[in-house]
Design a binder for this molecule. Structure first.
Ligand SMILES: Nc1ncnc2c1ncn2[C@@H]1O[C@H](COP(=O)(O)OP(=O)(O)O)[C@@H](O)[C@H]1O
Ligand SMILES: [Mg+2]
Length: 349
């Protein structure tokens, strides 16, 4: 049986009294894309920093590519590529220069360097801009360059911390396709963290949902969705109506819905591009039983109903099911665009 790419045993990390990682265990099989999905503050960056040798755990052990991460990080670092949450490519250098500096640090030979840099630039779609300063790049271009940089020394495992945070939807999609392709072509294991459900769903074969430093549940995306009671989210679309401009009435409806014991949460959604209808998602303990009651409540508050029905579970629902909270409420963190400082310390030896 092939060795797992990552093994984590009873891992704990405290920052003072803060338990950032609170006793976690898992293996990542070689060749898969593994996602650690959780809200802001869950411990994702801390976990990735331990696995990539940047910080030491308080307790427990971890092996990456067969190396114990606490026994000197150099062996581990040669086997892995890292794309950190903050953008760290050097703005004052061109894309080609950024890649060349990294390749030199990793001791890639001149011949191999030239071949590898050109191939990677091509793969991430930056050949035409390779001699432009990174300062002139968009966030998406810079992220693509950082992925190329992470792969410059042909690592077997690529770690990415929130790879598409702060990118527009189209650039996120490009990064996803790129990662899926690299994984296949380079026989990479990918370990990523994300707070985007759609990202984990698109890229990962296996997902550990983490919250407050603990693994809440871990499985394939489809098993995670199958594992929660289906049909417990009722979507209500309110009929378009002039009087709906009265926000106060909507607030009353939402608070009345929320106060029912079988209602866990009410989320108001944007109506969508072509309509200005109001959509509510009501998380309930039993969808089919809740529908007639909710219908009555909507009508009692004087709203017309355009539609009401059960939704298929998403990873968001899986998170809510296990934690009682929405992951989205935690969104809104920003990516840091660090200036310069993109070079790792020289490898030992
Ligand atoms: N260097 C640090 N010192 C003190 N607390 C920290 C430090 N880094 C992270 N934390 C805390 O540990 C918890 C987990 O943080 P982090 O690993 O960054 O989570 P995530 O990446 O999932 O948002 C948070 O409560 C955070 O405030
Ligand atoms: Mg983080």
């Amino acid at each position: 049986m092939p060795k797992p790419a990552v093994v984590v045993e009873n891992l704990v990390k405290h920052y003072g009294k803060q338990r950032a990682i609170d006793g976690i265990n898992f293996d990542v099989a070689g060749g898969i894309c593994f996602g650690s999905l959780g809200p802001n503050g869950a411990g994702k960056t801390t976990l990735i920093r331990i696995l990539t040798g940047l910080i030491q755990p308080t307790q427990g052990r971890a092996w990456v590519a067969g190396f114990d991460v606490s026994q000197g990080p150099d062996a581990v670092r040669r086997a892995i590529g890292v794309v950190s949450q903050a953008m760290t490519t050097d703005l004052d250098l061109t894309a080609r220069e950024n890649l060349d500096i990294y390749a030199r640090y990793y001791g890639v030979s001149y011949k191999e360097r030239r071949r590898r840099i050109e191939a990677l630039l091509e793969r991430v779609g930056l050949t035409a801009r390779a001699n432009d300063l990174v300062a002139s790049y968009s966030g998406g271009m810079r992220r693509r360059l950082e992925i190329a940089r992470g792969l410059i020394h042909k690592p077997s495992i690529l770690f990415l911390d929130e790879p598409t945070i702060g990118l527009d939807p189209q650039s996120r999609r490009v990064v996803w396709e790129l990662l899926a392709q690299f994984r296949q072509d380079e026989q990479l294991t990918i370990f990523l963290t994300t707070h985007y459900m759609d990202e984990a769903d698109f890229l990962c074969e296996r997902i550990a949902i983490i919250d407050t430093g603990k693994i809440v549940v871990m499985d394939t995306p489809s098993e995670l969705k199958k594992g929660i009671p289906g049909g417990n989210i009722v979507e209500i679309v309110l009929a378009q109506d002039q009087s709906l401009t009265e926000d106060r009435r909507l607030d009353t409806l939402i608070s009345k819905l929320s106060s029912r014991p079988f209602v866990q949460q009410v989320i108001q959604k944007e109506g969508g591009a072509l309509t200005d209808s109001i959509r509510l998602q009501v998380y309930v303990t039993n969808g089919p039983e809740a529908i007639p009651i909710l219908m009555g409540m909507v009508q009692d508050e004087g709203f017309g109903l355009q539609s009401i029905g059960l939704m298929r579970p998403s990873l968001e629902d899986v998170f809510i099911h296990y934690t009682g909270r929405s992951i989205r409420a935690e969104e809104g963190q920003k990516v840091n665009f660090f200036i310069g400082a993109g070079v790792p310390r020289r490898m030992g030896g």
